[in-house]
Write a protein that binds this ligand. Structure first.
Ligand code: PLP
Length: 479
């Protein structure tokens, strides 16, 4: 950064220092006043854009002008995912150590496609994912010291796609990217699985029509005997079963598919078995919740999202395979311009071979910071607290004659409804969300409109859950 005779438009390190502190202060202030904003953004479509100039500025502007525009132009269009009154969907929680790790990642500006393009980016990732195998009680075969290994993907959707591609290739002797599997490849998941499984079928060229949606039981978990019957019928019809995805914690209702029973079928059939534990995988930090993953040693791959419930800001999905050679063989392609000595030595992981995209951010820094800041005990404490709060909420629902639980609540998601029927529940949800006081979302279970309250936001405390229940009761009484 030496001075030269040419003018520079760049921000200097000194300016960066000054403005960087201002941004950090702005973020800290935001968290202190976050509850003063309506949780769900109340803007109308087009409103944010209407506040922006039609053209980009021809001349650069002072940084103070940029920061000053955040409050009036951007904040009205923010839905506050980090508000402790955010109970919608599954959370995408965050924490200050994660943000600082992400800031360092931006500052280093590393693109870690190859080991050689920043060895620390690869090796820290491998190491932290090995730590997580122990922290979550996952099977040892997922460790890099065994035949497996872990990699950070952007999202659970990318993880299921990578797993499906590996399953497709393994089922066809690594020929189907040439033959397309002749239209005979079929895959399986439950009716309640996330839509990302179907999207993966579309992207992998297998087609959504070749995804079998297996029946669920009264707790919305996959029926393994129905899976076995469907596989048998497909084989009899000359089709090639290549992939099964089970879910530990479905999106609608947090249903837990029976991993062991499904895994045994997959093993007997030689079908790739992926387990998607996008949010609920975090619960396995606590040994008392590990029974939901019983049988995971039968899985070929597993994914969970620290960016949902483990205080690691979006995006960060951890994906493990038991046989990394199968994944690498599926996704590796080495053009001349990426060849290098380390790759040729075979002594390193090049994570570009573990997912669809080539380039990759240094995401493990934020995960490393989270794990080191909280420690295993700190993470366990907060997960247990969230589960306790959700269970308390479920108890209040059960005790109120106007409400009922709509599904079992194994962890931190409560599905419930007012006994007044679909229209009442729809009106109740609209009222609550329009109030700005809290944000809940809905699903449909057994054909009935159902409200969902998920406790997983970093800053949610008992008082927030109590107030949410009071608001729900008041709003229902006023309908
Ligand atoms: N799988 C499950 C069970 C989910 O709940 C979700 C999202 O909520 C996903 C996959 C997709 O997550 P992502 O946004 O990481 O692709």
């Amino acid at each position: 950064m030496s001075s030269s005779q040419f003018p520079s438009y760049h921000m200097t390190p000194d300016e960066f220092r000054r403005y960087g502190r201002e941004v950090v202060d702005w973020i800290a202030d935001y968290y202190e006043r976050i509850e003063s904003y309506p949780v769900l953004s109340q803007v109308q479509p087009g409103e944010v854009r209407a506040g922006l100039p039609a053209q980009a500025p021809p001349q650069g502007e002072p940084f103070s002008a940029l920061l000053a525009d955040i409050e009036p132009l951007i904040m009205p269009g923010i839905t506050h995912w980090q508000s402790p009154n955010f109970f919608a969907f599954f959370p995408a929680n965050a924490s200050f150590p994660a943000m600082l790790g992400d800031m360092l990642s931006s500052g280093l500006g590393v693109q870690g496609m190859l080991w050689a393009t920043s060895p620390a980016c690869t090796e820290l990732e491998t190491h932290v994912l090995d730590w997580l195998v122990d922290m979550l009680g996952l099977p040892g075969k997922f460790k890099s010291s065994a035949a497996g290994g872990g990699v950070i993907q952007d999202t659970a959707s990318s993880a299921v796609l990578a797993a499906l591609l590996a399953g497709r290739e393994r089922a066809t002797g690594y020929q189907s990217n040439a033959t397309g599997g002749d239209g005979r490849l079929v895959a399986y998941t439950s009716r309640e699985a996330h839509s990302s499984v179907e999207k993966a079928m579309m992207v992998a060229g297998l087609g959504s029509e070749n995804l079998r949606l297996i029946e669920v039981d009264e707790a919305y978990a996959m029926k393994p005997e129905a899976l076995a019957r469907q596989i048998e019928a497909d084989r009899a019809a000359g089709l090639i079963p290549c992939f099964v995805c089970a879910t530990v914690g479905t999106t609608s209702s947090n249903a837990m598919d029976p991993v062991r029973a499904i895994g045994e079928i997959c093993r007997a059939e030689g079908v790739w078995f992926h387990v998607d534990a996008a949010m609920s995988g975090t619960a396995a930090l606590c040994p008392e919740f590990r029974h939901f993953q019983d049988g995971l040693e039968l899985a070929d791959s597993y994914a969970f999202n620290p960016h949902k419930w483990m205080f690691t800001n979006f995006d960060c999905d951890c994906f493990w395979v038991a046989d990394r050679a199968a994944l690498i063989r599926t996704l590796s392609i080495l053009p001349e311009y990426l060849k290098n000595q380390a790759t040729e030595s075979g002594a390193v992981f090049d994570y570009r071979d573990w997912h669809v995209q080539l380039g990759r951010r240094f995401r493990s820094l934020k995960l490393w910071f989270v794990i080191r800041h909280y420690g295993v005990e700190g993470l366990q404490y907060h997960v247990r607290r969230h589960v306790e709060l959700a269970q308390e909420f479920a108890g209040w629902v059960e005790a109120d004659p106007d409400f009922q639980l709509a599904a079992p609540a194994p962890l931190n998601l409560v599905c419930f409804r007012h006994r007044g029927g679909d229209e009442t529940n729809r009106a109740l949800l609209a009222q609550l969300n329009n109030s700005g006081d809290l944000y809940l979302t809905h699903t449909v279970l057994s054909g009935r409109y159902t409200l969902r309250l998920c406790v997983g936001q970093t800053w949610t405390e008992a008082g927030h859950v109590q107030r949410a229940w009071q608001r729900i009761q008041q709003a229902a009484a006023a309908l």
